[in-house]
Design a protein around this ligand. Structure first.
Ligand code: SF4
Length: 352
């Protein structure tokens, strides 16, 4: 069996590794040992699994390989934000970002190469190439960014956001599997309370998250609270209307006991008027949500501008006067195209 025919062992879950060992006459507890080496210690070589006998390591080498994600390129912004181009197992590229602030070290990772959606304001949505990213590849992005934060900046990773390239809820199984590995005590052991999945808004999948009783946080990229405007900037709104999203979010908050976050990029004179703020207040009514207002980052070929400071202040105060918690998110990493919506803008030529 040559290496190209071997399966990457990290595509197997614990029960599958257990049955592999049983099928080879080995004790089932070997599977847990291997699982810990793979996900807690992130080894990239079977010979590093030092509590396994040489014979067991040889069996594994004969059947499997370990093919981790690697850094293809990294760029550091003037504000310290670091953007990574990750080379995936088939050579495709996705991007991730480390965002250091005084209180947090946040890893932003990708769930798809390109994106199956095509939001009007987003560089990723304009890419042609597309595939889902596997659970182990998402785990690797987190591990690599965590190690970078510790080794290069001397601080531990505090938060993980699935807000890079792609729509996580259209890669549901792998995304939840990656969270499982990142949070597991025999994985990276990071609390699910420090993880946020961000969606463009797939109502039935938001309800599924609630049914699956997830413990991580949910952010909805709303960007407009009436259908006519949201239709113009997000195709997904045609099949996932404002009303259906509101119903899904109410269900999510009620069934998980969590506060959801609404992400709202302010575009000059498009979604930043008093009427827009009032529509958003209506959307939030009776719901346990907070709002992140995000500064828009210019993307080549997109006809939107960022809102002026006065419009932002007015929008914020209408929400706050209605009792809604609002945070303003200033853009980071703009000079290296690492800011929200800019990922992949310079990469498509490399992978298409
Ligand atoms: S904003 Fe998110 S969902 Fe929309 S195209 Fe970009 S990556 Fe995809």
């Amino acid at each position: 069996m040559n290496s190209t025919e071997k399966q990457d062992i990290r595509s197997l879950d614990l029960p599958e590794i257990t049955s592999f060992f049983e099928g080879h006459g080995e004790k089932p507890f070997r599977a847990k040992q291997v699982y810990e080496w793979l996900w807690k210690n992130s080894v990239e070589n079977f010979d590093d699994m030092t509590n396994l006998s040489k014979e067991v390591r040889e069996i594994m080498k004969n059947h499997f390989m370990i093919n981790p994600v690697t850094i293809s390129e990294s760029q550091i912004s003037k504000d310290g934000t670091t953007k990574f181009s990750f080379k995936l197992q088939d050579g495709m590229i996705c991007e991730g970002v480390l965002i250091p602030t005084p209180k947090r070290m946040t890893a932003c990772i990708s769930s798809q190469v390109g994106c199956s959606l095509s939001c009007e304001f987003c560089a990723t949505g304009k890419m042609k190439t597309f595939r889902n990213i596997r659970a182990d590849e998402m785990y690797d992005q987190v591990r690599i960014i965590r190690d970078w934060a510790e080794n290069e900046i001397g601080k531990p990773l505090t938060n993980i956001v699935y807000m890079g390239m792609g729509e996580p809820l259209l890669n549901y199984g792998h995304v939840l599997n990656s969270v499982e590995k990142i949070t597991s005590e025999i994985g990276l052991g990071i609390s699910p309370r420090r993880i946020t999945i961000s969606t463009a808004g797939i109502s039935k999948m938001i309800q599924k998250l609630a049914d699956d009783k997830v413990k991580f946080n949910l952010a909805l990229s709303l960007h407009a609270a009436n259908d006519a405007k949201r239709d113009k900037i997000m195709d997904i709104n045609e099949s996932n209307t404002i009303e259906s999203l509101r119903t899904a979010l109410l269900y999510f908050c009620k069934n998980t006991g969590k506060t959801a976050t609404l992400e709202y990029i302010l575009f000059d004179q498009f979604n930043d008027t008093k009427e827009d703020a009032k529509s958003l207040v209506d959307f939030c009514s009776g719901m346990d949500v907070k709002v992140n207002i995000i500064e828009y980052n210019p993307v080549d070929g997109v006809p939107y501008q960022k809102s002026n400071p006065e419009s932002i202040r007015q929008f914020q105060s209408i929400l706050e006067n209605s009792g809604i918690e609002v945070n303003i998110r200033r853009s980071r990493g703009k000079d290296i195209d690492a800011a929200c919506g800019q990922l992949a803008s310079k990469k498509e030529k490399d992978i298409s």
